[in-house]
Design a protein around this ligand. Structure first.
Ligand code: GLN
Ligand code: ZN
Length: 762
């Protein structure tokens, strides 16, 4: 049986890439040293896959920052505002240009903003959004793809399979930056560059090209479908000697099945974890010469594969097509899973035996192939683990199941409506027009990270740790007071990560030591694993929030992560619906909200940045999801009195199509990311006549760039033109944990000044 892998995590088991990138950015290592780290990582990955017996080993799945940005550079799609980066400073190379596009460039006497970033389909991975202009040109620019092919070829002693985002997915991922054209009409300009890439790869000895076209599992209109045909017919016609593997993932082809199989491709990959039901229809639709790659091993989760289920699917395909025409694969790239389970020495062995990371998933692919070839030992051992999980009392807790079943509509309803609450809150809080606040976290400095590491290693005591966290918190509070911010935050210094922190305090979650997954650029997250029924054994945030409130007369905002986000950013159970798990979390957060209120916290923010990314990829599934997701938020928020102000926060979100549901969350205040879109995202709120209070982010926190007072005032003026002034708050786009203190202070001082200027103007 042929074994196919779609992509492998590139950050390294010890996050080597993250560290090297950050050292390069701060000038601590040279370009060559960064390249050396990259080379080591790539070779390690190839070696790993070769050892596991993978036949189709990917190349060009490595990236310093993001694979979509890589492709933009390869295609020469570089917005002109970045030209000065290499003109101004001759030492800047392609790599610096690349990082300037990713992160903005505030040096060499230049001040250029970063490109926009957004979520990769329904994952928590972020890509850099390609920009398209009316007179858009494409021309081969970066050699990255070829270099990586050659490297892989040399290392593997055979041609790797080049992973290439397909032309349609590339266009559909991007954004028109001016009016008056449709990005799809750029296809005829784009295809010749793809042609050039393919022919160059072919000349280098390439055999397989993996065209990633996940848009094929989304709703497509007629024009888009036609464009698929046009693109692949063109590429087929114009190239020789290479095989096309059309790759889809994250969902079912559905009504695009015929389209996919009618494209002139040699093989098709489908996701059978998300959509096992599509196998029958795909098998019926496949052309006689087309191979089928079966994504049976979950690329999005950490659970051990259930071999009996997978074998059934594989067997069904073999019966129809024959062994030679079938490949075994993960459902998607393994980019979204951690790398090496054997590093996890502290996970309960019973639970660890239910899990698999990228490395183990490669082995699963190999073992499935062995089972098909008659070696059933693997099957028996696997089924033992699967059955143990089904029965374990570590998972199933009747009391929690009962409480979740007993949730009523009333539990999801604040006591009074928003208008009433707003009046009461205004009386109690007496905040100025355009109150200023921040989203929660302040810089996680190296000292704080070290402190946490020291506590973990046992180098310091809990008291010493708490002492230092208290000092940092007090300092941050004093600084906010002096700066004149209205609603303060404690800074989240005690938190490693906004989901992990809660997961660590909830039952039913477990923590890996090394389960890192790339979120964007050098930022990695270590998602908790929800393995069992969830409950809250004790207060989670009350101690630090109450401590912070005691330091100031001003309002201190309590900071929680919402149920949908906790779900979305965790590895979730695959043995019950997501909605059930979310309701269990919602009850736990609700109890925490009530506990904060009892501790005299009057403003409580429940972050839900992940609601939108949880949207199913197909529109037909949206309402069902939003109904339970929004309800879960309301369950978490509705245990308090009218005078307690509930905030929520969302980032990177576009609201047009879900504004009704966002309004239904009924948060007293919502803070959102808007600065990178120039307040464009606010029009959804204004069109809807969004009634509640809202803080449109006035500056981008993803880059160290310091926003000027004027630019924030001008953004706010746009906001006021769209929404009632009395409903508007002033805040950054998101939390500040990834920033450094100097830029944070300057930016927020400017932000407060912007508020003053605005009040004076009005
Ligand atoms: N309160 C969190 C913080 O400030 C929110 C982060 C987020 O929305 N991603 O870091
Ligand atoms: Zn945010």
């Amino acid at each position: 049986m042929q074994k196919n892998n779609l992509g492998y995590p590139r950050i390294g088991v010890k996050r080597e890439l993250k560290k090297a990138n950050e050292q390069y950015w701060s000038g601590k290592i040279t370009r060559q040293e960064l390249f050396n780290t990259a080379k080591t990582l790539k070779e390690k990955n190839w070696e790993q896959q070769q050892k596991a017996g993978i036949d189709l080993i990917p190349a060009n799945d490595f990236s310093f920052y993001d694979q979509v940005l890589d492709l933009s550079l390869v295609l020469g799609n570089i917005p002109t505002r970045y030209n000065p980066v290499v003109v101004q400073n001759k030492n800047n190379t392609e790599l610096d240009l690349y990082f300037a596009m990713a992160r903005g460039h505030q040096k060499d006497g230049l001040d250029i903003k970063a490109m926009e970033m957004t979520k990769w389909f329904d994952t928590n991975y972020h890509y850099i959004v390609p920009e398209f202009y009316k007179d858009q040109k494409f021309q081969l620019f970066s050699d990255k793809i070829f270099n990586e092919f050659t490297e892989g070829h040399r290392f593997l002693k055979k041609a790797p399979k080049t992973v290439l985002i397909g032309p349609l997915t590339y266009l559909l991922l991007g954004k028109e930056k001016e009016e008056g054209f449709d990005k799809l009409d750029l296809l005829p300009k784009l295809l010749p560059v793809y042609e050039e890439i393919l022919n160059k790869l072919s000349a280098l000895g390439a055999e397989w090209i993996q065209f990633d076209e996940p848009f094929l599992v989304l709703d497509l209109n007629e024009k888009q479908k036609q464009a698929y045909l046009e693109a692949y017919n063109y590429l087929r016609r114009k190239t020789k000697g290479i095989k096309f593997l059309l790759t889809t993932y994250f969902g079912e082809l559905g009504d695009n099945t015929e389209l996919a199989t009618s494209l002139p491709v040699d093989a098709l990959h489908i996701d059978l974890v998300r959509a096992p039901q599509q196998l029958t229809t795909v098998l019926a639709s496949l052309k006689p010469h087309q191979l089928l790659s079966l994504g049976v091993v979950d690329g999005r989760n950490i659970w051990k594969n259930d071999y009996s289920k997978s074998i059934n699917l594989i067997q069904q395909a073999i019966d129809k097509l024959g062994k030679d025409m079938v490949l075994i694969a993960p459902s998607s790239s393994l980019l979204h899973t951690p790398i090496d389970l054997s590093q996890e020495t502290e996970i309960d062995p019973e639970i660890k035996n239910w899990m698999a990371y990228a490395q183990e998933k490669l082995v699963e692919i190999a073992e499935l192939a062995e089972i098909i070839d008659g070696n059933t030992d693997f099957l028996a051992k696997n089924q033992e683990a699967i059955n143990n999980r089904k029965r374990s009392s570590k998972i199933h807790k009747p009391v929690i199941k009962q409480r979740t079943e007993a949730i009523t509509e009333n539990d999801a309803q604040r006591r009074s409506n928003f208008a009433t609450r707003q009046k009461i809150q205004q009386e109690v809080f007496n905040l100025p027009l355009f109150p200023t606040t921040t989203i929660g976290s302040f810089p996680q400095t190296d000292e704080i990270r070290k402190l946490r590491a020291d506590l973990k290693k046992g180098n310091i005591t809990q008291e010493q740790y708490d002492q230092q966290i208290a000092t940092e918190t007090i300092e941050a509070i004093k600084w906010q007071e002096t700066t004149g911010i209205d609603v303060l935050v404690h800074g989240e210094f005690e938190r490693n990560d906004m989901v992990e922190y809660f997961g660590e305090r909830l039952d039913g979650f477990l923590f890996s030591k090394n389960g890192w997954v790339q979120s964007y650029g050098s930022r990695c997250v270590k998602p908790p694993v929800i393995y069992g029924d969830v409950s809250r054994p004790a207060d989670m945030t009350v101690k630090w929030t109450a401590f912070a409130q005691q330091q100031t007369q001003k309002l201190m905002k309590g900071m929680l992560t919402g149920p949908v986000t906790i779900l979305q950013w965790s590895f979730v159970r695959d043995d019950q619906p997501r909605s059930k798990t979310t309701n269990q979390i919602a009850l736990a957060i609700r109890d925490e909200v009530v506990a904060l209120e009892s501790a005299n916290i009057k403003v409580i923010q429940i972050d839900e940045p992940a609601i939108r990314e949880g949207l199913p990829l197909r529109k037909k599934d949206w309402d069902a999801y939003l109904d339970w997701a929004i309800k879960a938020f309301r369950i978490s928020a509705s245990g308090v009195n009218d005078e307690t102000q509930i905030h929520t926060h969302m980032c990177y979100s576009e609201f047009n199509d879900i504004i009704r549901h966002i309004a239904a969350m009924d948060a007293d205040v919502i803070t959102i990311e808007t600065s990178r879109s120039d307040m464009e995202l606010l029009s959804a709120f204004s069109d809807f006549k969004y009634p509640n209070e809202i803080g449109p982010g006035v500056y981008d926190i993803h880059s160290p760039r310091i926003p000027s007072v004027e630019e924030m005032v001008s953004l706010l003026e746009k906001a006021i033109a769209l929404l009632p002034a009395r409903n508007i708050w002033i805040n950054p786009d998101c939390g500040l944990k990834t920033r450094k203190w100097p830029e944070t202070k300057q930016a927020l001082e400017n932000m407060v000044k912007a508020g003053e200027q605005l009040r004076a103007k009005i």
